[in-house]
Design a protein. Structure first.
Length: 258
C-alpha cells in the first residue's frame, strides 16, 4: 500500500468558518494528515484562539489565521489575493462558512433571506471561482462544500437555508463536471444535527432532542470530528476518482423508513 495515498503532507488548505465547530474540526483533521492550513472567520479573537488551540494540539503543524467575512465581496477577494501572494497556489478549498435564521417563510425580510444566500451559497461559488486558477496549479486539487441534509429534505431549518444548501449541492455537481478536465475535484458533505455551539440551544430542549433522535437510526447527535473525517477523506489522494458526490454525515437520517 502506498502510504502517500492517505496523507496530505505539504498541501495548502483554506478552510472558511474555521474558528469553531465543524470548521475548526476540519482544520484539525487536515493538519493531522499533514496539510498546512489557513483558517478564515469574521471574529478575530475567536480565530486567534482557534489557531492557538490547533497549534497546541498539532505543535508541528502550520496554521495561518485570516480575519475575513466571506459574505463580503471585497473581503472574499482579499482572502484569495493573500493566498495568491504566497506564490504556491492552493491544493484544498473547504467552503464551510454558513449561517441561518429560522423563521416561517413569510416572516423573513428581504435582507434576512438574501443574507442567508450570500453567506451559504454565493460566498462558496465566488471563492471557488477565485480559487480555480490557484487550484489548477496542482494535480489532484479539490474543493469540498459543507452542505446539509436541509438541502435534501425538510428539517424545519427555514426555507432559505434549505434552498441555499440544495443549490450548493447542485453547484457541487456542476463544478465537478465542468472542472474535471482541469484536474479539480469538487465534492460535498451533508451533515444532520452536529453538536456545536450553533445547535446547542435547540438540542438543550429535551423534547426536541427526543424528536431528533427518534428520526436518527443511530440514536445520537453527530460530532464535528465525524464531519471533518468525511471532508478529509474527500481531500485525500485515496479519493482521487471521486468527484461530484455528496456524503451524508447523518447517522442514517436520510435513509429513515417507517
Amino acid at each position: 500500500m502506498d502510504p502517500h495515498r492517505w496523507r496530505l503532507d505539504g498541501q495548502l488548505a483554506l478552510v472558511t468558518g474555521g474558528s469553531a465547530g465543524i470548521g475548526r474540526a476540519i482544520a484539525r483533521e487536515l493538519l493531522g494528515f499533514g496539510a498546512r492550513v489557513v483558517i478564515v472567520a469574521r471574529d478575530g479573537d475567536a480565530l486567534e484562539a482557534a489557531r492557538d488551540e490547533l497549534l497546541e494540539e498539532c505543535p508541528d503543524g502550520e496554521v495561518r489565521a485570516l480575519v475575513g467575512d466571506v459574505a463580503d465581496e471585497e473581503q472574499r477577494r482579499e482572502v484569495l489575493d493573500w493566498v495568491e501572494d504566497q506564490g504556491e497556489g492552493l491544493n484544498i478549498l473547504v467552503n464551510n462558512a454558513g449561517g441561518n435564521l429560522t423563521r416561517a417563510a413569510n416572516d423573513y425580510t428581504d435582507e434576512e433571506w438574501r443574507e442567508i444566500f450570500e453567506v451559504n451559497l454565493f460566498s462558496a461559488f465566488e471563492l471557488s471561482r477565485y480559487a480555480f486558477p490557484l487550484l489548477t496549479q496542482h494535480p489532484g486539487s479539490c474543493i469540498v462544500n459543507v452542505g446539509s441534509v436541509s438541502g435534501m429534505t425538510h428539517v424545519r431549518s427555514g426555507a432559505p437555508y434549505g434552498m441555499s444548501k440544495a443549490a450548493m449541492h447542485q453547484m457541487t455537481r456542476n463544478l465537478a463536471v465542468e472542472w474535471a478536465e482541469d484536474g479539480v475535484r469538487v465534492n460535498s458533505v451533508a451533515p444532520w444535527y452536529i453538536r456545536t455551539r450553533r445547535t446547542s440551544a435547540k438540542l438543550a430542549d429535551p423534547d426536541y432532542l427526543d424528536e431528533v433522535l427518534l428520526r436518527t437510526p443511530m440514536g445520537r447527535v453527530g460530532e464535528p470530528e465525524e464531519v471533518a473525517a468525511a471532508v478529509a477523506f474527500l481531500c485525500l489522494p485515496a479519493a482521487a476518482y471521486i468527484t461530484g458526490e455528496c456524503i451524508a454525515v447523518d447517522g442514517g437520517f436520510l435513509r429513515y423508513g417507517f
